[in-house]
Write a protein that binds this ligand. Structure first.
Ligand SMILES: [Zn+2]
Length: 313
């Protein structure tokens, strides 16, 4: 915690422009615009000011002409900035096990003919409570045979390989949409105990679906992997670029091939109950810079970035 906590207060150098409220068709977005005069270049920050545990937040910045930013870091992971309207934006994920409190976002600011300079901006990681589920299953369902363990290991390896080949360019365009319309039945991050043993928290969000419901791509990208895996059943992984991946599990049928370019709304497959599943549903997962986050927070974060861009006219 110590190293991450502010030892100085760059906040004093900021001039906070009064809050403004933007009424969005999808809910209120209340960012603040902060003018920073004592940075390597004068700049303006548009932010909600905090990120919830296990979620992703948007962060946008306006720089003088010719200055730009591409990379940075937050909470120990790299951050990729991309051009959005007249400024730059980034997605900032926080792991479920992040230390709460203030962390410094580092941005590397570049300007032609000048040395690249780091700028540090304080952002808070806020607590969020997650549900706990305790279930009891027959031992045969929670322990795997040697053969199954071998299969699972091979499948994990193929996923890891697909994730390591991510596109360095941003492929997603507008705000993410839900891949299916159904009700959320099991949220991201739920802490699970099976027969009293602690398991990994739920890595995605489960939505109720009828068997055969179309599962649509929530944004543009390229199919990084398809497969039929022991735990996740018929699986699709999409690379949206800049280390952002989305995951679709338990499908009954696949409708895309590896390497296929997809757009928002492209049919990826049909929902089902393959793999370790107790009934038809879609498990939707999101990973950003290797960090699993609540997929619903990605919808909000990308809506904010799209709104800021579009409100420039
Ligand atoms: Zn799930």
């Amino acid at each position: 915690m110590l190293g991450k906590i502010l030892k100085f207060s760059p906040v004093r150098a900021f001039v906070i422009v009064p809050f403004f409220i933007l009424a969005l068709p999808f809910g209120p977005f209340v960012p603040s615009i902060i003018k920073v005069t004592r940075a390597p270049v004068p700049l303006e920050i548009i932010t909600n000011g905090s990120i919830a545990l296990g979620e992703v937040a948007s962060f946008s910045i306006k720089l003088p002409p010719k200055a730009y930013t591409k990379t940075g870091s937050f909470n120990g992971t790299p951050v990729f900035f991309f051009k959005s309207g007249s400024g730059y934006s980034a997605l900032l994920p926080a792991t479920l096990s992040s230390t709460l409190g203030t962390h410094l976002l580092e941005l590397k600011i570049e300007a032609p003919g000048k040395e690249s300079k780091s700028f540090f901006y304080p952002l808070e990681i806020k607590d969020k409570k997650y549900e706990v589920s305790r279930i009891t299953v027959p031992k045969s369902m929670s322990h795997f045979s040697k053969k199954t363990l071998k299969r699972m290991k091979k499948e994990r390896k193929s996923v890891k390989k697909a994730l390591s080949k991510g596109t360095g360019k941003k492929l997603w365009k507008d705000a993410f949409i839900r891949p299916v319309p159904g009700k959320l039945t099991s949220g991201f991050g739920k802490r699970r105990f099976i027969n009293g043993e602690s398991r990994n928290p739920h890595s995605g969000a489960d939505f109720r679906t009828p068997l055969g419901e179309p599962v649509l791509s929530p944004s543009s990208g390229v199919v990084a992997l398809i497969g039929n895996h022991y735990l996740t059943g018929y699986t699709v992984i999409i690379d949206h670029g800049l280390e952002l991946f989305s995951f679709y599990y338990h499908l009954s049928k696949l409708e895309v091939k590896t390497g296929e370019v997809v757009e928002e709304g492209t049919l990826l497959g049909l929902a089902g109950s393959t793999g370790r599943s107790t009934g038809p549903h879609l498990h939707w997962g999101i990973k950003i810079g290797g960090i699993k986050v609540n997929p619903l927070s990605l919808i909000t974060a990308t809506e904010e970035i799209t709104f800021i861009r579009e409100s420039e006219g």
